[in-house]
Write a protein that binds this ligand. Structure first.
Ligand SMILES: *Cc1c(COP(=O)(O)O)cnc(C)c1O
Length: 482
């Protein structure tokens, strides 16, 4: 059964402790308190999950579960995933595609953002497809119940094993380079029927959060260079074992602008003209992912509805102008599909005050469960789970527990006075946290609980330190020494 998505979130959440983008320049005054505008129709525009609410004592709840209870019952660090947010996002993509694209469409979840059986099952139950980039993600998708004909396999260096797994399950392979084709032509004879392919090319549009460039060529490791497109399409026309289902391009991530995807539509429609002129069916056009989300109050991404409408309109008109039968429109949201559903809970531990400089408050996780700040200087927003609305009086730096000075999750954070044992909730951690995590310092990975309607289900168990020894081998000649 699919639980209903709440139509509006309960009491509006006041979230006082925003991050300041202060880099490393010492303490900054607390950011001005702000009100998280809850927009349940487009979760990527919220800081907190759409089910976030306050109990009668103003403590933070998600999915009707008190966060500090979850921390107590399941331990910290803990990834909390809000089912209502995840389902609302899936529905927003589906509905927007239906509303604004005149042809068929399908949203594929880019599972590298957060890959698990539970997320796969949820996304599959909402009628979406999935993109995988490795045997591990592919296996997770298949075991999680995603129909193989709604899965695509990406990757700029797929192994023979990964290609065989995809082909034998009837998963569409997104061909990235000539080696893919060489390996596939070896696999194909053992496979009944044609192998389903898409072709990834570099569209000459590249987008980072606040800039984008358009060139004929791009320095990217992914996909065929535009120069190569015609020769690979001609080559494929002679491969009787292959069906070219469509074309693919992906231009970047955490994108707030709409123009790059509008430009992409034209570039892709041109490529579609070429492909069809060479006899390819090419019924699918996959514009990739990239829509951004709100991590801090100053972020203002477009809504899912606006992004989809822009992409859909641009693709439809670019195709119509060129006299093309409308392709099925595919897109591949990753971050914007799962990030806002996630909250990470930590317990406050030690504290170090450097007079006149800053106060470090240390939590029991850090770069191993959220490598984004140390990798990309990413910003986050955090509150105390049991006092989210209390005045944020103390500027602090939220430090991780790893042996790296750079292991700092948030700088310029303002919180109410904290004591050891307080639970800190960091928002928008559903994407590229668990999936990019590590066991650095031999720290076990956190558990994930899925919450809805007051029920919490463990969907990923917490690792124990002993689990980390499972693949260590002590040769006899070394154990003989001890
Ligand atoms: C990473 C990636 C995505 C998803 O990107 P988001 O920014 O997370 O939406 C989609 N398609 C491809 C090919 C990707 O590499």
């Amino acid at each position: 059964m699919v639980p209903p998505v709440p139509s509006a979130a309960a009491p509006t959440l006041q979230v006082p402790g925003a991050t300041g983008a202060d880099g490393d320049g010492g303490p900054t005054p607390p950011d001005r308190p702000f009100e998280a505008e809850v927009d349940p129709s487009s979760p990527n525009r919220n800081l907190a999950p759409i089910s976030a609410s306050l109990d009668s004592r103003d403590r933070l709840m998600v999915g009707d579960c008190l966060l500090s209870d979850l921390a107590r019952d399941y331990g910290t660090p803990l990834y909390v995933l809000d089912e209502a947010t995840l389902r609302a996002t899936c529905r927003a993509y589906r509905q927007a595609l239906e509303d604004s694209y005149p042809g068929p469409s399908l949203a594929l979840y880019a599972s590298k953002a957060n890959s698990s059986l539970a997320i796969t099952a949820l996304v599959a139950s909402e009628g979406l497809g999935l993109d995988a980039v490795s045997a591990g993600e592919l296996l997770t998708a298949l075991e999680g119940g995603m129909p193989p004909d709604r899965i695509v396999l990406h990757g700029n260096n797929k192994s023979l094993q990964e290609l065989e797994l995809a082909v034998c399950h009837g998963v569409t392979v997104v061909v990235d380079n000539w080696l893919d084709l060489e390996l596939l032509s070896g696999i194909a004879p053992a496979h009944p029927g044609p192998v389903r392919l898409m072709l990834r090319f570099t569209p000459g549009i590249e987008c980072h959060t606040h800039e984008y460039i358009r060139t004929g060529h791009l320095d990217s490791k992914f996909g065929f260079d535009p120069d190569q497109l015609e020769s690979v399409l001609r080559h494929l026309a002679g491969c009787s074992w292959a069906w070219l289902d469509g074309l693919h391009a992906h231009i970047g991530s955490q994108i707030f602008e709409l123009q790059p995807h509008r430009d992409l539509a034209g570039v892709m429609a041109d490529a579609l003209v070429l492909a069809r002129s060479l006899g390819h069916r090419c019924s699918d056009l996959n514009v990739g992912g990239g829509l951004g989300i709100r991590y801090v109050s100053s972020d203002d991404p477009p809504s899912i509805q606006q992004w989809v409408a822009d992409v859909a309109t641009a693709v439809a008109s670019a195709c119509t102008e060129r006299g093309l039968t409308l392709p099925r429109l595919l897109c591949e949201p990753g971050r914007s599909l799962v990030a806002t559903a996630g909250v990470t809970l930590y317990s406050v531990g030690s504290r170090k005050t450097i007079p006149g400089l800053r106060t470090y408050v240390a939590i029991d996780g850090g770069m191993s469960d959220n490598p984004r700040p140390i990798t990309y200087k990413s910003l986050y927003t955090a509150v105390l789970a049991d006092r989210p609305t209390a005045p944020a009086t103390e500027p602090i730096t939220l430090a991780g527990k790893h042996c790296e000075s750079g292991d700092v999750l948030l700088t310029g954070l303002a919180l109410p006075a904290t004591t050891t044992g307080d639970v800190v909730a960091v928002f928008a951690t559903g994407a590229y946290n668990a999936s990019m995590g590590s066991n650095y310092n031999r720290i076990p990975r956190p558990a994930t609980v899925l919450v809805q309607n007051g029920v919490a289900d463990v969907v990923q168990k917490r690792e124990e330190p002993a689990d980390l020894l499972r693949y260590d081998v002590l040769p006899d000649r070394l154990s003989a020494l001890i």
